[in-house]
Ligand binder design. Structure first.
Ligand SMILES: [Zn+2]
Length: 62
């Protein structure tokens, strides 16, 4: 791994291990950039493979 590049992580569903997971968040309109930006990310996590609420596990990608 090249120096200065931090190891990448990913978030996975604790039940199925899939990475098709999302979090609840608030998006705020950013006028200068004309894009929606995340202002707050909440603990609620949803797995789109299990189709239900889940908890996320953080893991390295290699
Ligand atoms: Zn799952």
């Amino acid at each position: 791994m090249p120096e200065g590049s931090p190891p990448k992580i990913e978030y996975a569903c604790e039940r199925c291990g899939g990475v098709a997971v999302t979090r609840d968040a608030w998006a705020e309109w950013h006028v200068p950039l004309q894009v929606w930006t995340l202002s707050e990310v909440f603990d609620f996590a949803f797995c789109h493979q299990c189709h239900r609420e889940t908890r996320l596990v953080e893991r390295g990608t290699n």
